[in-house]
Ligand binder design. Structure first.
Ligand code: PMP
Length: 476
């Protein structure tokens, strides 16, 4: 491992010939900026806008980190939270109490899965939900056979499942893993489902998906199929690659491989789920169901920190028939105030038909982005689903060669967009796959966005992108 330290104190690490910058993570940048106190200060939020201490009004085109699906300051959610607070029970010890709101929320969530999932485990963040899902999946086999040889997880390159040790262990985000490698689980990886960089010339969806299924099958055979606990993936990759959707048929094919070997399928819909991609759960579009699923961001819409694991009947049965308990638990789980917020967010989604709006406005966002940026020489790919769209930037469109990491192109686009005259958020990221480091940005507008908002977002994004690349080309 070779290290290279840039002037700004950011360290570049070379692992097995791959070039990984610790600053590839938004956190890397944040740390540096926090130290310099460079962050703009938000004093209020209303609808799609954030109001800053310097008087500026910023259009939140990313719902924060794809979280604030209802926008900011929705009075109905504020009222639901206030009611719960004034009832005197924002918190209850979940070891011996439940609450009406937590029970209602769980019922609402189960109903939203068309009864494909049967139980809900509430937690406080996506990482915690992923930890719980990993433990549940192992416990599923342990309950059936205390000497179960199932000890291996298969996850994917270019993935992100959280920052805690277990969740990071199954993540394929090289930059976020790099400093902590010695502590991480021994997880086996297959490639992501990343059509832009992996599809062969003229390759159909069917053959692309068949190739991925063969690869997963080969990984099972290499490890011994009887040793695999689960295959884990994000149906639409968020932070790690920038809104890379599954190729149609992929989730079904992965489901089949898992079935064949009696392994579980864990879908991480922390970022892509809860309506963000145009169906409540992404898997509903593929006509399959996972054994375990994590959800978070759009669940509470940012009004409270809340996440959950949705658990299938199959996994629940093994627990009931075994020890009858999940050996896990956290102080701040299922807090009534969290549940009240999430319940109201989900009811509003349903009552206001917002997921239908995600589909309609998502189609408009796709069309407008492609019209405005499809021919841009440095926009290699425009991909996504629902209101979850990514732009991948390349130095050379023909070869798909990425930019020099030192240029921090995605960060430059973000910095430009958030400044005058654009005043709009664009979520930057840098994924590292097969040693290729790609710059991308994510757009994830709120579910309440109108056609007017979407056109404004696409126009502003295009203007910010044009300005950054005009400057870069003038400087080169
Ligand atoms: N999984 C995915 C797919 C995510 O996008 C994230 C957060 N970006 C996480 C897990 C972790 O969630 P949290 O930050 O709430 O711990």
């Amino acid at each position: 491992m070779k290290k290279e330290v840039f002037g700004n104190g950011i360290t570049n690490i070379h692992v097995n010939g791959k070039d990984i910058s610790v600053a590839d993570t938004p956190n890397g940048f944040q740390m540096e900026r926090h130290m310099k106190r460079e962050f703009p200060v938000v004093v209020a939020g209303k609808g799609n806008y954030l109001h800053l201490s310097d008087g500026r009004k910023i259009l939140d085109a990313t719902s924060g980190a794809a979280v604030s699906c209802l926008g900011h300051g929705d009075q109905r959610v504020i009222d639901a939270i206030t009611r719960q607070l004034t009832s005197g029970t924002p918190y209850l010890c979940s070891s011996y109490w439940s609450s009406d709101v937590a029970q209602e929320l769980c019922k609402e969530l189960i109903a939203g899965t068309d009864k494909k999932m049967s139980r809900v485990y509430l937690s406080g963040s996506g990482s915690e939900a992923m930890e719980a899902a990993l433990k549940l999946s192992r416990q599923y086999f342990f309950e059936k056979d205390k000497a179960s040889p199932r000890v291996n997880f298969i996850a994917r390159e270019g993935s992100y499942h959280g920052n805690t040790i277990g969740a990071l262990g199954v993540s394929g985000h090289l930059a976020r893993r790099a400093p902590y490698e010695p502590f991480l689980m021994n997880v086996h990886q297959v490639s992501a489902c990343y059509a832009y960089r992996q599809r062969h010339d003229g390759e159909s969806d069917e053959s692309f998906v068949a190739r991925k299924a063969d690869e997963l099958e080969a990984k099972f055979q290499e490890l011994g199929p009887e040793t695999v606990i689960a295959f884990i993936c994000e149906p639409v990759v968020g932070a790690a690659l920038g809104c890379v959707p599954y190729v149609p048929g992929y989730l079904r094919a992965m489901r089949e491989v898992c079935h064949r070997h009696g392994a579980l399928l864990i879908l991480d819909e922390v970022m892509s789920g809860m309506g963000r991609c145009g169906t409540l759960h992404v898997w509903q579009d593929e006509g399959i169901a996972p054994d375990l699923q994590t959800i978070a961001k759009g669940l509470g819409g940012g009004y409270q920190p809340i996440a959950a694991v949705l658990i299938s009947e199959k996994v629940m049965k093994a627990l009931y028939n075994g020890s009858g308990a999940f050996v896990h638990g956290q102080t701040y789980q299922g807090m009534p105030v969290q549940a009240a917020a999430a319940l109201e967010v989900q009811r509003i989604n349903r009552k206001d038909n917002l997921i239908e709006n995600v589909r309609v406005q998502g189609a408009l966002l796709e069309k407008t982005l492609k019209e405005l940026l499809g021919d841009h020489p440095n926009v290699g790919d425009i991909r996504g689903k629902g209101l979850f769209w990514g732009l991948e930037f390349v130095r050379d469109k023909a070869t798909k060669e990425p930019f020099d990491p030192k240029l921090q192109v995605a960060q430059q686009v973000h910095d430009t967009a958030i400044s005058e005259p654009f005043n709009m958020t664009m979520y930057p990221g840098t994924g590292t796959m097969d040693g290729v480091r790609g710059d991308h940005i994510i757009l994830a507008p709120t579910y309440i966005s109108t056609a007017e908002d979407i056109k404004h977002i696409a126009n502003t994004a295009a203007a910010a992108v044009n300005q950054v690349f005009a400057k870069l080309s003038a400087a080169s």
